[in-house]
Design a protein around this ligand. Sequence first.
Ligand code: 5GP
Length: 332
Amino acid sequence: MAQTIFERIIQREIPATIEYEDDEIIAIRDIAPSAQVHVLIIPKRVIASVDAVTGPDAELIGKVFIVARDLARKFGIDASGYRVVTNTNADAGQTVPHIHFHLLGGEPLGRMNSGTERSHTAPKSGIVRDAGLIVACALGLAITFNAMNPKSIPWIKKDYERITLDSSEINKYLAPTPQTPTTAPAQTLPSAEQTAPATTQPVGQTPQPAQQVQQSTPEQPKFVPAPGIVREITYAQFKAFLAAGPYYLIDARGAEKYAEGHIANAVNFYGGEAEARIPDMLQSVPKDRVILIYCDGGECELSHHVADVLKRFAYGPIFIYTGGWAEWTTKK
Ligand code: 5GP
């Protein structure tokens, strides 16, 4: 069989904007987008369409929905809503005979059949039932796949230990600061660089080395490495850590949000890809300073994804600024 356009993209014979790739799946931007976000999620295994799916493909197809979910988060359309659809054969308008799933979002998508000229005659209840069945099957497959996958992504928040940092404990994690007496609150020590509201720092820029400590008196608070410790911190505590240094600051949001703006000196490790980025993290994240992580704030769990991975490799202490980007930008 002649190669489809997608096989040629997978083999890098034709360029495409790749949004995700692993051994089994590639996701690319659609060349003719039908919505603000239009990504094609393509299993690499050659399967012509849903009609050609067989039992052994179940896990792979389930994984497509995990990838779809993560991409939706990456593009920030998870809350606003999105659609995952696949066309099968001529009546559905399938143009490439290699199974693929359209992830659409970033704007109101209208009803399922909007954009088609024909009027359907199937009773509404039938459509709803079929759609429900498809979603239920897909979810079932996705959940099964995730449960069986050693790199599974936690589904619910309570998987994470959520311990807040007791303010009376903070000094033991703060680095010594040279110019200030022990009695001064750490919040009063910000350096211009470390507290600047950097919303324009370009992606990929490495953080400035944290403020180097010249010397300390015995009374000053000492940095205590505490591998495995993960604590949630408030805005005031976060500022205290920024002021005291040295620290390593991680922005766990998606690359696009990070590119739009981030806290000064933050390095981007997207929480949704924390497992996949372990080698990068092991190379970049130092073990001799506190690690600060933030994401969007509110219900965002991306920081916890990153913390969970780092904790496993004996990093710590790790502090999650729960107010995150949302709070940070309102405080500025
Ligand atoms: P289908 O119509 O088969 O459901 O979807 C095929 C999709 O592939 C279409 O949305 C079309 O725009 C997209 N497409 C076709 N050729 C290319 C290409 O060369 N590159 C990319 N990125 N997308 C393509």
